[in-house]
Design a protein around this ligand. Sequence first.
Ligand code: NG6
Ligand code: CA
Length: 500
Amino acid sequence: MTKSIVLTFWGVLLALVGVAQQKPNIVLIYADDLGYGDLSCYGAKALRTPNIDKVAAEGLRFSRAHATAATCTPSRYTLMTGQYAWRKTGTGIAPGDAALLIPTDRATLPRLLQRAGYQTGVVGKWHLGLGPKGGPDWNGDIKPGPLEIGFNYSFLLPATGDRVPCVYVENGRIVGLDPTDPVQVSYREPVGAEPTGKDNPERLKMKHSHGHNQTIINGVGRIGYMTGGKAARWVDEDMADVLTQKATAFIQTNHKAPFFLYFSTHDIHVPRMPHSRFAGKSGMGPRGDVILQLDWCVGEVMKTLDRLGLKQNTLVIISSDNGPVIDDGYQDEAVTKLGSHRPAGPLRGGKYSAFEAGTRVPFIVRWPGQVKAGTSEALMSQVDLPASLAALVGQKPAPGEVPDSFNTLDALLGKENKGRAYVIEQALNNTLAIVRGDWKYIEPSNGPALEKNTNTELGNAPQPQLYNLNADVGELKNRAGEQPHLVDELRQLLESVRGS
Ligand code: NG6
Ligand code: CA
């Protein structure tokens, strides 16, 4: 009797130690173009995002966390590789037929986690190119791709929702492709006899405002030409459901292993085509509706973690690849129905910009029992996720493997509130800015001050700019003239990082 009690005691103890030592699952929910002011937990009043707010209330909400660039491809390139995208040519906004931008032999975030025994999956927007130089064989094995750089599972939108081909690619194959109706893609000239937004505007259910006037798929003009693959084409209005189903299925399948899920939502990028459950619900037009839809997706993922008993042992990160844009090329009422909503909150600029709204984005970390709920003013950059998450799972990247990525795990988990010594921000035309402490320096640039189509202040100016973000988060007063020494210091720091 006594002996069995002792045995039970040791059994329970070992089980507890086992649970404590089990590596946490990691779920990274990466929204597209979600602005610093777009969530109610970041101050939005015109709409509510209860599911994301709940994650924030149970976790740590950062106020000074940055994507590495103000557009998608470079931000994602850095997220995957821990290398600043501006170090590598060809990492600007990728066309939908670009070759894979990440060399298959380099260390990547998912590969570092694989080394620690993780099952790794990516679901959603990719936009890092696929296939060899010259682009992929859309009708065959579409590789190299995520499976060749460290993912065990992939279900992708190859590029973006507004770029062809408008099909899903699962583990290197177009889903539902009828071999007698092959897909053909061109970013140079029309292919097939498909109607285009330019020539057949009467066929559009949502008109373009700039660009987006090539092949019409599902009533929406796209960037690029495509023909064939009729049975495989996505329906935009169902995309959030499809992706969420794949994301939760990945969790279900892998719930016994430690897993890493990179859930890269299409929302809230254009075209904003909410499911009928969300259409009209925000009062702000489709842009607001797809924020509600994104919030629903997050809720479904959280429900899945709860249902499988994984909440306690899962680190959840929610962020965005760049800041907000209102009119990004479609007449979708985003401008006319914006009302009092401020997608960037108090920040200046937006997607594409060197001003803060370009890269300062929502960033929420939840890990019950491990991360104390609250807020953090730590200066953070997504470039550090590879080194920090590697550290979390006990991996030490070899020197140079994730060259620009620092281990800022303590700040990520809320154990300290300083974060990085500095953050570098990359704007559309590769203008760089650097933030250190309260101060931000934007290097001189001959690029345009305004992106006319989207009406975004890009932050470009031929003179150096210096802002005190503590006193002037809206970057209105250029203090470069008053503080030449500080300008020099920050310029030198930026140059030293650039040259390293
Ligand atoms: C721009 C597109 C914009 C969007 C962006 C990429 C035009 C006129 N504009 O070139 O609509 O697709 O590229 O967005 O085509 S991102 O979030 O993937 O970087
Ligand atoms: Ca984006």
